[in-house]
Design a protein around this ligand. Structure first.
Ligand SMILES: C[S@@+](CC[C@H](N)C(=O)[O-])C[C@H]1O[C@@H](n2cnc3c(N)ncnc32)[C@H](O)[C@@H]1O
Length: 477
């Protein structure tokens, strides 16, 4: 008989190969199993996905030929067997080999039973010399390379290693609602607790970094809040604790419908096309759809699916979402743009592109905020806090220059300001008259800098190219 946990793990890994999401599949299909079996299935599935390229290297190491030449069922069962034998302590080796051989037969690959048996019997825990850092850290080479360029070798290694660990569980506990059935440890984020022991059923499970976003909004009782990408509602629920009047918006009605118990208005809308509100809001949260590279420990399949070119589409959608959201920000209001991505194209460059564009209300960048896996507890997250003053005191060219310098060193990219204006940006008469390369200056740039002078007299106004499009140009090249 094959253990229920291994049966489920194989089923889920097959579905993930077909495009499914491991966490969702384990949640739904694991509900029918005893919690111990469901736990082991999750450990196998997530462990295999976290170390996929490393396990494929080990298959080749023990088998003598590449894993890619094997049937998918055989490859998955070898990955599962190898992972259990090398990384799990509480599973007997003979049970792993027995079940793997039986599973390959059940999968209709009887002819591979001997091969699976022979490979798994060779597996031990002796250290193996991996051929490169990407396989040693179980991450695609291109992703490691870009993290190293952006964050440095040591930090990138910490981020990759964090993606190989089982994440801690954090729960949201609003003041005065302390649950009795669990043992919790407080964290630096108010209302966020680390689960030490007990069953979290009935509690809102939400990563600590996700819980750290809402405080950036600096919410006050009675303020209006528009949550543009709200579902499944973790941050809306957290914001409601502050006594705000929230409107929750999302592209997907079914995901929104699950938020009915929060008791706030729910609006299905494509925020990238426009937002169906005439009102302006005191606070806006754009928790944008993103690649999720900050959540690889939780969603390890992302790292094998994502391609650099995906960041171009994501960037374009994020720019539209942020631009449309800013239209609805009240003067004096605050907007937080956040993602659980570690990629600058989805973070700083979205903000820089939107703030440098035309037709948005004047606003300033108050700060960037970031949590990196391995450096701070929890997932990786990015946040930008934007402030609408009704007018913009200063366009933050130092920010643009800093980002440009980082991109230049990361990509070996050099941006020619002349090429910039040829990159599809409209030239306004004002910009042309000033001889500037950037095209239409943003409303921010048109505002006087101080009572004595005007932005028109400031050479920095048009002199520094906006780096966001340079990223995109580079990625589409
Ligand atoms: C990162 S999730 C939001 C998580 C949520 N803020 C929370 O804390 O529970 C991104 C959400 O954006 C939604 N979304 C994607 N594209 C959108 C669009 N064009 N307009 C509005 N929402 C969109 C997705 O359906 C998804 O629910």
């Amino acid at each position: 008989m094959i253990a229920a946990a291994r049966k489920l793990a194989f089923e889920v890994l097959r579905l993930v190969e077909g495009g499914g999401y491991a966490a969702d599949l384990l949640h739904h299909r694991g509900a029918a199993l005893e919690s111990r079996d469901a736990g082991l299935a999750a450990e196998i599935v997530l462990g295999v996905l976290r170390r996929q390229n490393q396990l494929d290297f080990l298959i080749e190491h023990y088998l003598g030929r590449p894993a890619t030449r094997l049937d998918p069922e055989v490859r998955i069962l070898l990955r599962m067997g190898l992972y259990q034998l090398r990384h799990l302590d509480r599973v007997p080796a003979h049970a792993v080999v027995h079940d793997s051989v039986e599973q390959v037969k059940h999968a209709g690959k009887r002819s591979a039973a001997g091969l699976v048996n022979a490979v798994l019997r060779k597996v031990d825990r002796a250290p193996v010399a991996f051929p490169d850092r990407a396989i040693e850290l179980a991450i695609p080479g291109w992703l490691l390379e870009r993290w190293e360029r952006h964050y440095g070798r040591e930090t990138a290694e910490g981020m990759a290693q964090a993606a190989l660990t089982t994440p801690e569980t954090y729960v949201r506990v609003p003041a005065g609602k302390e649950p009795a059935q669990v043992r919790l440890a407080p964290t630096e984020v108010p209302g966020c607790f680390r689960l030490l022991e007990g069953n979290a059923a009935g509690l809102r499970i939400q990563d600590i970094s996700s819980q750290a976003v809402v405080p950036l909004l600096d919410l006050r009782r009675g303020q209006t809040l528009l949550d543009v990408c709200a579902a499944p509602g973790n941050k809306t629920a957290q914001a409601l604790e502050a006594g705000v009047r929230a409107v929750a918006c999302d592209l997907r009605w079914r995901r929104l419908a699950a938020m009915k118990s929060l008791g706030c208005p729910l609006v299905a809308a494509d925020g990238a096309l426009g937002l169906p509100f005439s009102a302006r809001f005191d606070r806006i949260l754009v928790d944008a759809p993103c690649s999720g590279t900050g959540t690889l420990a939780r969603n390890p399949e992302i790292k094998w699916r994502l391609e650099a070119s995906d960041l171009v589409d994501l960037h374009a959608r994020q720019v539209r979402l942020l631009r449309n959201a800013l239209q609805r920000l009240a003067p004096g209001g605050r907007l937080v743009y956040s993602t659980c991505s570690l990629e600058p194209e989805e973070n700083e460059s979205v903000v820089v592109e939107v703030l440098g564009g035309t037709g948005i209300p004047a606003c300033t960048m108050e700060k960037y905020w970031r949590r990196l896996p391995g450096r701070e507890p929890g997932d990786g997250f990015f946040g930008a806090v934007l402030h609408s003053a009704g007018f913009c005191e200063r366009r933050d060219d130092s920010l643009a220059s800093e980002l440009l310098a980082r991109m230049e060193s990361a990509f070996g990219l050099s941006v020619d300001p002349k090429a910039w204006s040829a990159h599809g940006r409209r030239r306004s008469p004002a910009a042309t008259a000033s001889g500037g390369p950037l095209g239409t200056p943003s409303p921010c740039a048109r505002r006087p800098r101080d009572a004595a002078g005007s932005a028109a007299g400031d050479p920095r106004r048009l002199a520094s190219p906006l780096p966001a499009e340079a990223f995109v140009a580079r990625l589409t090249a």
